[in-house]
Ligand binder design. Structure first.
Ligand SMILES: Nc1ncnc2c1ncn2[C@@H]1O[C@H](COP(=O)(O)OP(=O)(O)O)[C@@H](O)[C@H]1O
Ligand SMILES: [Mg+2]
Length: 372
């Protein structure tokens, strides 16, 4: 992102909390590039170095880091920090430091979340390939989807719902085909049967139960987002592009058929909006998927049929996604990819699961680890 108004800044902060060793340090920060601007914050790229009491650098600046700056002291922001401190996973962006600092322009206190920095996000990647009339290569899509589902399995194991899954919140390093979820600004640890606001998630990626105003939803809302992201990688554009929140449901019905009556009743018995009960195509839902994903392999269509399901109860879990045959190729001992612009094969082992993750897999653990 190029921002002509961006002013590079260098400063020293006395109380920078280092999450690796759980202690505060005095640090020099050199911000040199703006890399993101969202609804709630600015993200800049920076290098940092520890400094002594006299302000002398103890080491050469290192990085790069991505610093997300948001207004401090709102309930919303505390949650992002709290959750980021809790989650340590190879496919979730790692928080390295955080500090509060007063802005020189408006005098307000901002919270600065200092994270590892990745070179791109999935939205840029999809756009890049679309611009050259291709899609992301299949093996890369597989590797990305697997890593995304793996991060979700971990989060959902702690009952944490990300609540804003979409390509711009998914960081990637195309040179390593690595993926990490970011932006925990909407994330929440959900408690069973406790209500939460339904107006979360960006429209195109909103699960149908949220569209109709369900307030006791589950982490399955993220699985819907996962389905939309997979579909977008294959199609090169968002699959459901509703003009309004209500019309979003119509777009979904163009692929899945009309929502069943039980769906409305289970999600929100008080729903009074349009139910889009007229079937807009004549073939079966399976045939409809094949038509929309006409250039995609059967195994991904089968996966999408299990993920893009109206009723969250019958929608796949992250664990069941991970054991889908679509990923069998990743289990092969010589699975490799050719990162963009490279003729060197890159071997990838995506099955280095931790004990915590394997416990979250439950009954599906054996299936996950079995070799084809
Ligand atoms: N750790 C990071 N490394 C690289 N880029 C990042 C990082 N975190 C955020 N970004 C970029 O900044 C954008 C906005 O950050 P995000 O956390 O999504 O903020 P917002 O809540 O404003 O959407 C992201 O879409 C991404 O492109
Ligand atoms: Mg974001």
């Amino acid at each position: 992102m190029t921002d002509p108004g961006f002013q590079p800044q260098e400063y020293v902060v006395n109380d920078v909390f280092d999450t690796r060793v759980s202690k505060s340090r005095r640090m020099y920060v050199k911000e040199y590039k703006k890399i993101g601007e969202g609804a709630f914050g600015t993200v800049v790229e920076a290098m940092v170095a520890e400094v002594d009491e006299n302000g002398q650098q103890k080491e050469n600046p290192f990085g790069p880091f991505a610093i997300k700056r948001v207004l401090a002291q709102t309930e919303y922001k505390c949650r992002e920090l709290e959750i980021l401190r809790l989650v340590i996973h190879p496919n979730i962006v790692r928080l390295r430091y955080f500090f509060d600092r007063k802005s020189r322009t408006d005098g307000k206190i901002y919270q600065n979340l200092t994270m590892e920095c990745l070179p791109s996000n999935l939205q840029n990647e999809i756009k890049y390939y679309r611009g050259s009339r291709y899609t992301i290569p299949y093996p890369h899509m597989k590797a990305y989807t697997f890593q995304l589902a793996r991060a979700m399995m971990y989060l959902h194991g702690f009952s944490i719902s990300h609540r804003d899954i979409k390509p711009s919140n998914i960081l990637v390093d195309p040179s390593k085909v690595k993926l990490k979820i970011c932006d925990f600004g909407s994330a929440k640890q959900l408690e069973p049967n406790a209500p939460s606001v339904s107006y979360i998630c960006s429209r195109y990626y909103r699960a149908p139960e949220l569209i109709v105003g369900c307030t006791v939803y589950t982490t399955k809302i993220d699985i819907w987002g996962l389905g939309c992201v997979i579909a977008e990688m294959f199609l090169g554009k968002p699959i459901f592009q509703g003009l309004t929140s209500e019309l979003q449901l119509k777009e979904i019905s163009k692929l899945l058929g009309p929502p069943p009556n039980t769906f409305f009743f289970k999600s929100n018995p008080q729903y009074h909006g349009n139910m889009f009960s007229t079937k807009l195509f004549t073939c079966s839902v399976q045939e409809r998927f094949k038509l929309i994903f006409c250039n995609s392999p059967d195994d991904v269509i089968d996966l999408l049929l299990k993920v893009l399901v109206y009723d969250p109860e019958f929608r796949a879990t992250a664990a069941s996604v991970l054991v889908h045959p679509f990923f069998d190729e990743l289990k092969e001992s010589n699975f490799h990819v050719y990162p963009r612009g490279s003729s060197e094969p890159l071997r990838m082992d995506l099955y280095d699961f931790s004990e915590v993750e394997l416990n979250f897999m439950g009954d599906l653990k054996q299936k996950l680890l079995s070799r084809p």
